[in-house]
Design a protein around this ligand. Structure first.
Ligand code: HEM
Length: 117
């Protein structure tokens, strides 16, 4: 990540990186529905994981556009972070698949009981 982003880490100027894009969210810190603390914690850093972990809505993702001031060169953001992100999203997909399977099995058992009584 660039030193330039790291320098914007105070209330006066808040920049952060999300998925390799750089955002100047200084004017949004006060308006952030999640409060200013998480924004200030992420100031000057790659906030990809923090942003994604909260499960921000599509509206929140769309808002990002307004604050974009640039992009990092490919690979300049932290690749470990992206790999971790990807792992966590694919494992949550697996969790949903297993949950759906579990529900289907339970429904099958319930139906069999109902049909045989
Ligand atoms: C810089 C870009 C960001 C934008 C545009 C943004 C936008 C929003 C919006 C619109 C919401 C309301 C809920 C929703 O629509 O999802 C929200 C909630 C929240 N955000 Fe952000 N956010 C940003 C960064 C962050 C970061 C870096 C964190 C760090 C953890 C964070 C933590 C939270 C929390 C904790 C909530 C409250 C969630 C809840 O009450 O359930 N946000 N944000």
């Amino acid at each position: 990540m660039t030193d330039e982003v790291k320098r914007h880490n105070t209330r006066k100027s808040v920049w952060m990186v999300i998925r390799n894009e750089v955002y100047d969210v200084t004017s949004f810190v006060d308006e952030h529905p999640g409060g200013e603390d998480p924004m200030l914690d992420a100031a000057g850093q790659d906030a990809t994981i923090a942003f994604e972990d909260i499960g921000h809505s599509e509206d929140a993702k769309a808002m990002l556009k307004k604050y974009k001031i640039g992009s990092l060169a490919p690979g300049e953001g932290c690749c470990k972070m992206r790999a971790k992100l990807w792992r966590s999203s694919s494992s949550s997909r697996l969790k949903y698949a297993l949950l759906a399977l579990g529900v289907a099995v339970l429904l099958g058992i319930a139906y069999k009981k109902y049909a045989s009584s």
